[in-house]
Design a protein around this ligand. Structure first.
Ligand code: MN
Length: 232
């Protein structure tokens, strides 16, 4: 018998391509990691220190390949934006990880969406308040199957895009990231002890925009497949 006084909540986990489940500890996200997106958000695309935020691990919405998944439109927003992002899954962590050793921490990669209540995020920015209400809605982190790096290699280039009702809204190349995946891991590990089970949403390119109920988002990254979600 456990000592828990209520039933323990389920362990968030993401299916792995080819079988198995990747258990998730934390979900880190980087802001403004593509220059053109930094500009569209009113910022400067510089190589000053990047910034990070977190989403709760239970906001993950695993999406099987080749299936249209119903994605719930959250309450308290009239401007719910798609942000297509590559997700990095860590099999090991540590503190002060050197850039040269960072890729050894990576288990695999997936297609993800950092869904955002943009109106609430903008309110919080204006007030200097935390972003959670904008970034942490239930189901706000759709993610496709994790593709092990052992099978697909490390992903530093290739297309990343999302279409809404068949019209491409965001399209860029992974090589356009301001901070590479190894750099993101190295910098994060100066602020947190990273651990196996951590995910990193690696930023979105330009072209973010709102979706409405009834619309379908199709997000894809070269070599990592496609996820399809109908907003309901
Ligand atoms: Mn984002």
């Amino acid at each position: 018998m456990s000592d828990y006084v209520i039933a323990p909540p389920p362990q968030p986990a993401v299916p792995v391509l080819g079988g198995g489940l990747f258990p998730v500890r934390r979900v880190y996200c980087i802001g403004r990691n593509y220059a053109a997106h930094a500009r569209e958000m009113g910022g400067d695309p510089t190589r000053e220190t990047p910034f990070f935020f977190l989403k709760p691990a239970d906001a993950l919405q695993p999406c099987a390949a080749g299936v249209v998944v119903d994605h719930p439109y959250p309450p308290a927003t009239d401007s719910y934006h798609h942000e297509i992002e590559m997700v990095v899954a860590l099999q090991a962590g540590g503190r002060d990880i050197p850039v040269e050793r960072a890729l050894a921490c990576v288990y695999g990669y997936a297609v993800g969406l950092d869904m955002t209540r943009r109106d609430r995020q903008n309110d919080m920015k204006a007030k200097g308040w935390p972003w959670e209400i904008g970034k942490s809605a239930d189901a706000s982190a759709p993610i496709g199957p994790i593709h092990p790096a052992a099978k697909v290699g490390h992903r530093a280039k290739g297309f990343i895009r999302v279409a809404v009702d068949g019209a491409v809204k965001q399209e860029a190349d992974l090589s356009q990231m301001i901070w590479s995946v190894p750099e993101q891991i190295a910098i994060l590990s100066r602020h947190y002890e990273l651990k196996a089970g951590d995910l990193i949403y690696s930023g979105t390119p330009e072209g973010v925009g709102a979706v409405k109920r009834g619309q379908t988002m199709a997000g894809a990254i070269e070599g990592l497949g496609e996820i399809t979600l109908r907003v309901v």
